[in-house]
Design a protein around this ligand. Sequence first.
Ligand code: ADP
Ligand code: MG
Length: 247
Amino acid sequence: MEQSAAPAIRLEHVSKWFGKLKVLQDVDLTVNRGEHIVLCGPSGSGKSTLIRCINRIEEVQEGRILVDGVELRGDGRNAEDIRRHVGMVFQQFNLFPHMTALENCMLAPRRIHRIGKDEARARAMGHLERVHLADHAQKYPAQLSGGQQQRVAIARALCMNPDILLFDEPTSALDPEMVKEVLDTMVELADAGITMICVTHEMGFARAVAHRVIFMDRGEILESAPPEEFFSAPRHERARTFLGQIL
Ligand code: ADP
Ligand code: MG
């Protein structure tokens, strides 16, 4: 996509319902290029739904979402276009079990960017190196630890050359000893300047890389502040309660 002056992501008055349940309530959010956002809030507050709407895995009923200045169309016809620029990493890594790490990383660029095998392999190896897994490229997911699988999933997302990376609780399914290696990888990506929104309760990560922490509850954004401010002086009672539970 052309680099323009538009923010990386913009949500304007976005509301979403699942049946009668309103899960996003008039959400406004602007994420600038290169900005790192940590999104937190209680379970069920709408964090996953919010980032899934940005990637167009979910549809919104009201409001507008623009990615790099381009509006997601209501009919979903440019969803593929948008997804080319937005990578997503899930809690469950969702790697194909019958494919090696390398093959998992080559798949989408081959199918969607329609690049040749050699180019896809070179690109995949480059990103596997970046997440420090080049030596494991020929292994299948079952032969890798959870932390390694998640780093393959990050490499796979990077292989689409995204401008924006969305992470949905990428370390929540990991054994504690593997959390750090994944967070370290994410810190390296953040340092490289990619735009990110990361749903996580890893507040050390938030302090290290977030420009802003956004706190959601019941479908609403209640706070948006730099980490030092959010952690030391949350304005809402609900944010204080939440922090009391996780810290
Ligand atoms: P969070 O990620 O903050 O835990 P979610 O975005 O997953 O929250 O969920 C927000 C609300 O939407 C919750 O009440 C959840 O039960 C509901 N919800 C999420 N996905 C669906 C779905 N596909 N169908 C119906 N309700 C859903
Ligand atoms: Mg969630």
